[in-house]
Design a protein around this ligand. Structure first.
Ligand SMILES: [Zn+2]
Length: 427
């Protein structure tokens, strides 16, 4: 059994919408009350309260506040667990020597939603096509909400738990499905072996020279976003200020949706066509680090780097690897991630394997050995060669490289994810 998550959009009517809001408010109240209890107990008696202490008084609280009954006891427990998790994360970070913020009281308006941690209190009915009905609550409070969305796992997938969330005034339900391995498998239509380099000039460049354009949603939408933000700045505190805030939030959401949709489609196509897919370990967090520097050692070209960072983040590279990883596994594609710092794909010559240093603006790879190629295509070829060099040592592959390089920390090794269904390489 595998776990998969799908999100459906909900279409509650006015009454249902009001009830969802009311339930969220109650969950939020419970969360805040439980937080206050923990803080009080600590201040007054230096006593820490556990999740179980709080869970055990829930029946009593429900007796005092009967309106909590229709929320379902497991959903209420889940909200207490959420608070407990906030504390666990807080203490873990304190222990690690960081300075985390203390768990905060939440405003009902900002409280994201609530969850049913098991099969109690709800039912999801799919009626073919992309229509579904979500039934939640019990007794008189039960309601059937229309939902839209569909998953590809068929009838064998069993819903396990759900989370209801509100985003920009719209409701969504995230469903965790238990899916048999067989239903997760993806059909592969090709046996290509491809190296791919992700970038911001072209979103992706393959070793055969094919490219995928960067759609640059953000670049197109930025002027609109800036105009809205300028308008809003002139209207501080008014009703229009709020309205513009909502429009800005919706625009951000739209851009996010477009980006996720694009990355989903392209990564699906890649694993479908390829038996071997090689790329380098990307670290968008490091790539998009600010160039600001410190007061003593100010960075250079800070604005240029900020613009570049915006491009890097807007191209959605952060989503690419996680998506490629699970899709490759489902399709039986061998995904090879070259260790960027060892291999240096953008600097290395794919013909003679020597390092040819170049700056970001040099778009051509020109090697003294006589090999010339567009920079990104050369990188894509380098990672593909690296995948071949390491094919007999899945997992590390360090030994099989032409020139063994000094070992680095475990987490930055080249990684090959192998699955049983991978076609043998010589085939
Ligand atoms: Zn060369």
């Amino acid at each position: 059994m595998q776990r998969r998550k799908v999100t459906l959009k909900l279409y509650p009517n006015a009454a249902q919408s009001a009830r969802l809001e009311a339930w969220t408010r109650l969950h939020c109240e419970l969360y805040n009350a439980a937080l206050e209890e923990r803080i009080d107990a600590w201040h007054k008696a230096r006593k820490s309260i556990s999740y179980y202490d709080q869970q055990n008084v829930l029946p009593q609280i429900k007796a005092d506040r009967p309106e909590l009954n229709e929320l379902g006891s497991h959903a209420l427990q889940q909200t207490l667990r959420r608070l407990d998790l906030a504390f666990q994360l807080f203490f873990r970070r304190v222990k690690a020597g960081q300075t985390p913020g203390f768990p905060r009281f939440k405003a009902a308006k900002r409280f994201a939603g609530f969850a049913y941690p098991d099969s109690a209190g709800w039912r999801l009915m799919q009626h073919g096509g992309s229509g579904a009905t979500l039934r939640i609550g019990t007794g008189e409070a039960a309601m059937s909400i229309r939902a839209r969305g569909r998953h590809r796992f068929g009838v064998e997938a069993k819903p396990n738990d759900i989370t209801l969330t509100r985003r920009n005034g719209q409701w969504f339900v995230s469903v965790t499905l238990r899916v048999p391995e067989s239903a997760c498998a993806r059909r592969r239509t090709g046996d290509q072996r491809r190296g791919v380099d992700f970038g911001i000039n072209d979103w992706a460049t393959f070793d055969d020279g094919r490219t995928i354009d960067n759609p640059r949603w953000l670049r197109e939408e930025l002027p609109r976003l800036a105009a809205l933000q300028r308008q809003r700045a002139r209207k501080k505190g008014s009703l229009r200020f709020k309205r513009l805030g909502r429009r800005i939030a919706r625009l951000h959401e739209r851009i996010g949706n477009l980006r996720r949709d694009f990355v989903h489609k392209e990564t699906t196509r890649m694993v479908r066509q390829c038996a071997i897919l090689a790329t380098e370990q990307l670290a968008p967090k490091t790539m998009s680090r600010s160039a600001r520097g410190t007061v003593d050692a100010p960075g250079r070209r800070v604005r240029q780097k900020a613009g570049l960072n915006r491009e890097i983040l807007s191209a959605g590279f952060g989503m690419v690897h996680p998506m490629l990883a699970y899709k490759a596994e489902e399709a039986g594609t061998r995904l090879h991630l070259s260790n960027t710092r060892q291999i240096k794909p953008s600097q290395r010559c794919s013909a003679c394997w020597e390092l040819v240093p170049k700056t970001l603006s040099q778009r051509m790879h020109v090697c003294p050995c006589g090999h010339t190629a567009p920079r990104d295509r050369n990188s894509a070829l380098v990672v593909l060669i690296d995948a071949f060099n390491t094919q007999h040592t899945p997992g590390t592959g360090v030994a099989a490289r032409p020139k063994p390089l000094p070992r680095q920390r475990g987490k930055s090794k080249s990684v090959t994810r192998e699955t049983p269904t991978t076609a043998p390489l010589g085939a």
